[in-house]
Design a protein around this ligand. Structure first.
Ligand code: SF4
Ligand code: SF4
Length: 413
C-alpha cells in the first residue's frame, strides 16, 4: 500500500480509502453485515487506513456497520471520515446533536476527518449563517473532531469560495477521467491543493459505471491496450496519477475487486502513467463524450439561472443516464440532487424558457429546449419519488430519535 501525506498535518493516509456507501447487500436488500465487516477488516489488514461513511449511506446502517467492524483493535489502526448532513440541520444545536450521535454509533470518542456533506449552491451559506464554522472550531477544540473538511457537488466558483472561507484540512470532490471539467474538476483539484488542502476523491469510477457494462466501442479500446488492466484499474490509476490527490475512495463490496484495488494501490505513484497510457485514456474519454447527449463542459458561464435550475448539474445527470441507461440509480440521483431533497430545488422543469443562459454558453447549446428534453426524460417519477424519498428520510430520523430516547432511558435506569 502506498501512502500520501496530508499537507497541513503530516498525517499519512493510504491512497486507497474504503468507501462505505456501497456495502455488500443481502438478498432482502439490507447490508450483509458479516461480509461487510470481513471485507473492511481485510482491507485494513492490507494497509487501508482511511474509511469513509455518512449517516445517509444505507439509510444509517453504514455508520453502524463501520462502528462494529472497528471493534477488536481495528479502530486504533484507522482514520474515520464521516459527514454532517446539512439537510438535517435547522439550528446550531442540531450540529452537536448529530455529531454526538455519530460518535455513539461509531463507538469512538473522536472523528478523524469530519465533513460538511455534499455542499453545492446555497447550502454552505445557509450552514455558515447557522454557525457551522464556530461549531467546527469548538468540536476541534474539545477533541470530538480532528480535521475539518467538506464534500462538494456544486460549481467551480462555489468551490473556490468554500475553500477560501475556512481553514479546512481537506475536501472531497467527485473526480474521474470523465469529470475533468465537471463540478470542481481539475481546476478545483489544483486550487484546493495549492491552498494546502488534502483532496479525497469520490466517484473515481462514476459510481462503478466506468468499470461495469460499457459501450462496445469502449470495450474494444481497452481490449487493444498493450498493458492488460481492467477498466476499473485504468480509471483508478488515472486519478492516482495526479500528485494533488491524497486518497481515492472506492465503494467496494466484492472480494475480487477489493484485492484488485489493493494490488493497484501498491504501485500507483503520482505521474506513473506513460504518455501512451494517458493518450489511451484520453481516447476513451473522447468516445464517452461522443456518445453523450449534451456537449456541456460544465464551465458554468450560463449560471446563475433566475429560475434556480442547476444547468450543468442537470446536464451531467442527463448525460450519465444516457451513457448508462441500465443504471437505474441515475434517475434517483437526479431527483435526490435536484428535486429539493438535499437543498434547494434545481431541476430542469423549473426552467421558464427566458433564454438568458443560451446567450452565455460558449458551446452554443440550445439550453432552453434541452431543458424541456431533460425534464421529460428525467422527471417522470419526480412527483412520486420526492415525497417518498422525503418520507423515507423522515421515518429514519424519527426512528433514530426514538432509538436514542430508549437508549437514554436505559442508561438512566
Ligand atoms: S432559459 Fe431556463 S435554464 Fe436558461 S436561464 Fe432561463 S430559466 Fe434558467
Ligand atoms: S455555459 Fe454551456 S457548456 Fe457551460 S455549463 Fe452552461 S450549458 Fe454547459
Amino acid at each position: 500500500m502506498l501512502y500520501r501525506t496530508v499537507p497541513k498535518t503530516g498525517d499519512k493516509l493510504s491512497i486507497l480509502g474504503f468507501g462505505c456507501m456501497r456495502l455488500p447487500s443481502t438478498r432482502a436488500g439490507g447490508v450483509d453485515e458479516e461480509r461487510a465487516i470481513r471485507q473492511i477488516r481485510h482491507a485494513i489488514d492490507n494497509g487501508v487506513n482511511y474509511l469513509d461513511t455518512a449517516p445517509v449511506y444505507h439509510f444509517g446502517k453504514s455508520e453502524q456497520v463501520l462502528g462494529r467492524a472497528l471493534a477488536d483493535g481495528y479502530r486504533e489502526k484507522v482514520r474515520i471520515a464521516t459527514k454532517l448532513p446539512h439537510w438535517e440541520v435547522f439550528e446550531r444545536e442540531d450540529m452537536d446533536r448529530i455529531l454526538n450521535g455519530q460518535l455513539a454509533i461509531l463507538k469512538t470518542d473522536h472523528i478523524d476527518y469530519y465533513l460538511l456533506h455534499s455542499l453545492a449552491g446555497k447550502s454552505f451559506t445557509i450552514m455558515r449563517d447557522l454557525g457551522v464554522l464556530e461549531f467546527l472550531d469548538s468540536a476541534k477544540k474539545d477533541g470530538r473532531i480532528v480535521n475539518a473538511g467538506f464534500s462538494f457537488h456544486g460549481r467551480l466558483e462555489e468551490f473556490r469560495e468554500i475553500v477560501d472561507a475556512y481553514d479546512w484540512q481537506f475536501c472531497q470532490i467527485q473526480y474521474n477521467y470523465l469529470d475533468e471539467k465537471n463540478q470542481a474538476g481539475t481546476e478545483g483539484l489544483k486550487y484546493a491543493a495549492s491552498k494546502g488542502l488534502a483532496v479525497m476523491i469520490m466517484e473515481p469510477l462514476r459510481g462503478g459505471n466506468l468499470a461495469g457494462r460499457m459501450p462496445e466501442t469502449i470495450r474494444k479500446m481497452w481490449d487493444e491496450a498493450p498493458v492488460k488492466r481492467s477498466p476499473a484499474e485504468w480509471g483508478l490509476r488515472w486519478v492516482w496519477d495526479h500528485p494533488e490527490v491524497t486518497v481515492v475512495l472506492s465503494g467496494m463490496n466484492d472480494e475480487v475487486h477489493i484485492d484488485e484495488n489493493l494490488r493497484a494501490a501498491g504501485s500507483a505513484l503520482p505521474g506513473s502513467l506513460t504518455e501512451d497510457e494517458r493518450a489511451l485514456i484520453g481516447r476513451v474519454r473522447d468516445e464517452y463524450h461522443r456518445l453523450m447527449k449534451v456537449g456541456c463542459t460544465g464551465c458554468g458561464y450560463c449560471m446563475p439561472c433566475p429560475a434556480g435550475v442547476d444547468i450543468p448539474g442537470c446536464f451531467a445527470n442527463y448525460n450519465a443516464h444516457a451513457l448508462f441507461p441500465h443504471d437505474r440509480a441515475g434517475k434517483f440521483q437526479y431527483i435526490g440532487r435536484h428535486g429539493g431533497l438535499m437543498g434547494e430545488k434545481s431541476y430542469a422543469g423549473l426552467c421558464r424558457q427566458c433564454g438568458k443562459c443560451a446567450k452565455a454558453c460558449p458551446q452554443h447549446l440550445p439550453i432552453p429546449s434541452l431543458m424541456k428534453e431533460v425534464s421529460k426524460e428525467m422527471e417522470g417519477m419526480m412527483g412520486i419519488a420526492v415525497p417518498v424519498m422525503k418520507g423515507g428520510l423522515w421515518c429514519i430520523n424519527k426512528a433514530r430519535r426514538i432509538g436514542r430516547f430508549f437508549t437514554r432511558e436505559k442508561s438512566h435506569a
